[in-house]
Design a protein around this ligand. Structure first.
Ligand SMILES: *Cc1c(COP(=O)(O)O)cnc(C)c1O
Length: 371
C-alpha cells in the first residue's frame, strides 16, 4: 500500500463492541485478567502497553517500513533510550551539528558512561579514522539542524557494515514522505513526533522504529517500559489522528518551502539560502538521490549580519518568532541564540519552518520583513 493509505488505515482498529469507526481512547491504566490469570485483551498495565499506543506504534512501523516501533513521551526520550540501551563504555560517533538537545545529553548526562566523538560523518575518511573496537553506534541526522547538511546514508551504512556498527538516523526533518532510512540500510530511525507527525504544535512525542526486532531492540523496549517515558493514551490518539493527514500536509509544506527558498535566494539582502531543494545546495545531488522531497525547513543568512537577523526575526506578521518546526503555522528563529555558547551556527542565520499558509501571503510578509 502507498503511504497515504497506510497513514489512514494502519493505526486504526474499528471497535468490536461499539463498531465505532474511529478507535476510541482507552484511558484505563490497568486491564482485567482472564480466569486463568492471563491477559486475553493483550494489555496488562499502561506503562508497558496501551491499545492506543500499540496502534500508534504499528502505524509508525508501517510508515517507515520497520518490524516494530516504540512511542515515547518526547523525541529526546526516544533518543535517550537508545543511549541507555548501550553497554557502558560503548563508543558513539555523532554528527558535529547534531540536534543540540541530544548532543547535550551525550555531553552532560552520559559523560563517563559512553564515549562520544562529534565529527563530520559525511567525510568517509574522517568517519573511518574515528571507528574504534568499542564503537557501537553511528548517529545520523539528515537534513541536519539548522544548516540543512545532507548525509549520504548509504555511504555511512557501507562503512558501518564492515564493523558491525548500528546506524540510527534522526528522520525528523525528512519524515517518511521524503526519506526512508531503513530502505537505505539504517538499523533504526528516531523521530521527534512533536514536529511534522503531530503537525499542529500542540503535542510532544517521540518514536523509534527498528528494521529488526533483535536483542538491542528488546533492550530499548525494556528501557521504554521500565523508564516509563511513554506518551499518554490521549496523546497517542491525537498523534495517530494527525498522521492521517501527514502525506498531504508534507506536500503543502514542501511546495511552500521550495518557493520561499527560491524567493529568498533571489533577494538582494540575503547572503545565502540553505535548502536541499535548491540546485545551489552543496549536496543537492545526494539529496536528490536519497530523498523523494526536500522537507520544509530552510535557513538563510542575511548580508546585514547579526543585528539585521535579529531585526528580521521580529519583523514578520505571519512568521512567528518561536522555536520548533513542523506545525501548520510558519515559525522563524535565530538559532545561534537558542543553541548556546558552543554553537557553530552563524549569527546572521535565521531558520524558518515553512507552514501551510498560502505562499503568496508568506512571500508578501517576508518581503515586508526584509524591507
Ligand atoms: C525537536 C527535535 C528533537 C527533540 O525532540 P523533542 O520532541 O523536542 O524532545 C530531536 N531531533 C530533531 C531533529 C528535532 O528537531
Amino acid at each position: 500500500m502507498k503511504i497515504e493509505t497506510i497513514a489512514i488505515h494502519a493505526g486504526n482498529h474499528i471497535d468490536a463492541g461499539t463498531r465505532a469507526v474511529v478507535q476510541p481512547i482507552i484511558t484505563a491504566t490497568t486491564f482485567q485478567r482472564g480466569e486463568d490469570g492471563g491477559f486475553p485483551g493483550g494489555h496488562i498495565y499502561t506503562r508497558a502497553s496501551n491499545p492506543n499506543r500499540t496502534s500508534l506504534e504499528q502505524l509508525l512501523a508501517k510508515l517507515e517500513g520497520g518490524e516494530d516501533a516504540a512511542a515515547f513521551s518526547s523525541g529526546n526520550a526516544a533518543g535517550m533510550s537508545v543511549f541507555q540501551a548501550l553497554e557502558p563504555g560503548s563508543h558513539i560517533i555523532a554528527p558535529d551539528d547534531m540536534y543540540h538537545g541530544l548532543r547535550n545529553q551525550l555531553k552532560l548526562l552520559f559523560a563517563g558512561i559512553l564515549e562520544v566523538d562529534f565529527i563530520d560523518v559525511n567525510d568517509s575518511e574522517v568517519l573511518q579514522a574515528h571507528i574504534r573496537p568499542n564503537t557501537k553506534l553511528i548517529w545520523l541526522e539528515t537534513p541536519s539542524n539548522p544548516l540543512l547538511k545532507i548525509t549520504d546514508i548509504k555511504q555511512v551504512v557501507a562503512i558501518s557494515a564492515n564493523h558491525g556498527i548500528r546506524v540510527v538516523c534522526d528522520n525528523t526533518f525528512a519524515t517518511p514522505l521524503c526519506q526512508q532510512p531503513l530502505a537505505l540500510g539504517a538499523d533504526m530511525i528516531m523521530h521527534s513526533t512533536t514536529k511534522y507527525f503531530g503537525g499542529h504544535s500542540d503535542l510532544l512525542g517521540g518514536a523509534l522504529i527498528t528494521a529488526k526486532k533483535d536483542a538491542f531492540w528488546e533492550k530499548v523496549r525494556t528501557v521504554q517500559t521500565m523508564g516509563g517515558a511513554v506518551p499518554s493514551p490521549t496523546d497517542c490518539y491525537y498523534l495517530t489522528r494527525s498522521i492521517k493527514t501527514l502525506p498531504y500536509r508534507m506536500r503543502g509544506h514542501m511546495n511552500n518551502a521550495q518557493l520561499l527558498a527560491e524567493y529568498l535566494e533571489a533577494h538582494p539582502k540575503v547572503e545565502r539560502v540553505m535548502y536541499p531543494g535548491l540546485p545551489s545546495h552543496p549536496q543537492h545531488a545526494i539529496a536528490k538521490a536519497q530523498m523523494a522531497g526536500f522537507g520544509a525547513v530552510l535557513s538563510f543568512q542575511l548580508k546585514g549580519g547579526e543585528a539585521e537577523a535579529k531585526r528580521v526575526v521580529n519583523a514578520g506578521q505571519l512568521f512567528t518568532q518561536a522555536t520548533s518546526l513542523g506545525g501548520v503555522e510558519s515559525l522563524i528563529e535565530h538559532r545561534a541564540s537558542v543553541e548556546g555558547p558552543d554553537t557553530k551556527t552563524p549569527f546572521n542565520l535565521l531558520r524558518v519552518s515553512v507552514g501551510l499558509e498560502h505562499i503568496d501571503d508568506l512571500i508578501a510578509d517576508m518581503e515586508r520583513a526584509l524591507g
